[in-house]
Every structure is written in structure tokens, then in C-alpha cells.
Design a protein around this ligand. Structure first.
Ligand code: GLU
Length: 284
């Protein structure tokens, strides 16, 4: 027979298990411990950042996600990776289909209204990718009358339209890899998004036929998206990012991700400081 105290303890343990489950999973994709899983949204088609090849996932976003997940108590085998295309990121979080999004996700005001961000864990900048023999396009102001490709749901297309060139012919695709294919075939004249994404794609798919202009024209602080209101989780993630920078893992991951691409992170912003500070949140 168990004593009253033992029974009370068992009840307390059961209650706290439920409480921690609610705190951690809620209606989201996380499940009970034992079979405990964390579902993370990443890109599947951005070499060096979030890339799926068979059953292996590689890239800087993947390394950051693994590090953070480990800090939160999840081993590699407890991570469920889910594709998070630019356009679907907010909805995936809002619907509880993923617990976090680590997918070249710029911390900005429109998104912050519907989801919360931890971070940043990296700061990129918008740039332009063209064919190596391109002469006319030299920066964002030279895009008038040109055919430009970007991705639906990204802030990259928006910025060009709003701030630089209202005469640009914009073609929107669901991913940047499709844009690169269109650039190589001559369907478009340029592709625009963050420099680190363009560098990875040019190295992996360009075969020497493409060049990144190297004329950065924005600040793109990459955040980790979570469901709105998960303040405790945001704090834990911010701490994990700080740790990743402090123990050298961040630098190792950046080096591995950019090796052979010719890309060097802007050292004014990287590694980021003031992690968790609202001032990182961009207007667009
Ligand atoms: N960082 C930009 C954004 O979040 C462009 C990259 C992307 O589409 O993932 O919109």
C-alpha cells in the first residue's frame, strides 16, 4: 500500500507533467515526453541555409535549430523537420503545425503582429543575383523595365516594389531555386533576396554563370519565429542563441555554411548583439 504522502507525490508529478506539457506544447506540435518531439519549420531548397537531401538536413538554419532544440531538451532524433516556404511561415506557427520556424525569417513589424520572434541569430542584407555577363543591372535602382524574380511571402519583392523600382516586372515564385532556374534560362534578368541565400544558390546551382552584385540595400535580422505569446520560449531561445555565439558553435556553423561561396557576413552586425531587443524589428 502506498502512503498518503506517496500518493500525493504521484498526483503532483502527474499534474506537473500535464502542466509542463501545456507550457511547452499547448495546441502546438510538441507531444508528450518519452515520445517527445519538436517540430521545426525550415527551408528545404536553400543550399547552405536550409536544405533537404534525401533524409539529411543541412545548413546554417538547421545548425541553429539543432543547437536551440538541444538546449530546450530535444536530441536530433526528437526533431521533426517540416518545410516552411516563405509564404507559409506565419500560418504554420499560428496553426500549431510547427513549434518554431528557423528559415531565413526576417524579424519585421507585419510578422510581429501575428507571431513572436526570438533573435536575431544572423543579420543578412538584400542583394541581387544576375548572370555573369550582365552589364545593365548594377544595383536596385537599375531594375526599371527589367524582369525580376523573387518569392511570394518574402519581404524582398516588397522592398524593390516599394522603395526602388515601380517599373520592374516582378515574377513571383514559391522558392528561390525556381527563380535561379528562370535566371539561367533567360526568363528573368535578376533574382533578389538576401545575400547569403543568393550566394548559396549561385555556388550550388550557378556553375559559374551567376554573380551576386554585392550591393546590399537592407538589414535582414534573422529571427526564430514562435507562436504569438510564447514569451518564456522566446527567452529560452534567446539564451540558446547567446550560448551558441559564446561557445564558438555559431562561428563554426557560419563557416561551414558559407564555405566555397565567396560570401562573408557583414562584421558590423555579425555575430549579432542585443539579442531579444525589439529594435531589431524592421519596418518591412
Ligand atoms: N529574409 C527575407 C524574408 O524573410 C527573405 C528570405 C525568405 O524569403 O526566406 O522574407
Amino acid at each position: 500500500m502506498r502512503s498518503f504522502a506517496q500518493k500525493a507525490l504521484a498526483v503532483a508529478a502527474a499534474v506537473s507533467a500535464v502542466a509542463s506539457l501545456t507550457a511547452c506544447g499547448g495546441s502546438s506540435a510538441a507531444t508528450d515526453s518519452g515520445g517527445k518531439k519538436i517540430t521545426i519549420g525550415i527551408k528545404f531548397d536553400q543550399p547552405g541555409l536550409g536544405f533537404k537531401q534525401g533524409s539529411s538536413y543541412t545548413g546554417f538554419d538547421v545548425d541553429v535549430a539543432r543547437y536551440v532544440a538541444k538546449d530546450l531538451g530535444y536530441s536530433d532524433s526528437q526533431i521533426v523537420w517540416k518545410e516552411a516556404p516563405s509564404k507559409q511561415r506565419e500560418a504554420l506557427l499560428q496553426n500549431g503545425d510547427v513549434d518554431m520556424v528557423v528559415a531565413t525569417y526576417t524579424m519585421n513589424k507585419p510578422r510581429s503582429k501575428v507571431i513572436d520572434f526570438a533573435g536575431p541569430y544572423f543579420v543578412a542584407a538584400q542583394d541581387i543575383l544576375v548572370r555573369s555577363d550582365e552589364k545593365d543591372i548594377t544595383g536596385p535602382k537599375t531594375l526599371n523595365g527589367k524582369k525580376l524574380c523573387s518569392v511570394t511571402g518574402s519581404n524582398s519583392a516588397e522592398r524593390v516594389k516599394e522603395e526602388y523600382s515601380n517599373k520592374v516586372q516582378l515574377m513571383e515564385q514559391s522558392g528561390y531555386a525556381e527563380c535561379v532556374t528562370a535566371l539561367i534560362s533567360g526568363t528573368v534578368d535578376a533574382v533578389t533576396t538576401d545575400d547569403i541565400i543568393l550566394a548559396g544558390l549561385a555556388a550550388a546551382k550557378g556553375n559559374g554563370q551567376l554573380k551576386v552584385l554585392g550591393t546590399p540595400f537592407s538589414e535582414e535580422p534573422y529571427g526564430i519565429g514562435v507562436k504569438k505569446g510564447r514569451t518564456a520560449l522566446v527567452k529560452k531561445i534567446n539564451k540558446a542563441i547567446e550560448e551558441m555565439i559564446a561557445d564558438g558553435s555559431w562561428k563554426k556553423a557560419v563557416n561551414a555554411a558559407t564555405k566555397g561561396t565567396g560570401y562573408t557576413p557583414n562584421s558590423e552586425y555579425n555575430p549579432p548583439t542585443k539579442i531579444g531587443d525589439k529594435s531589431w524589428i524592421q519596418d518591412l
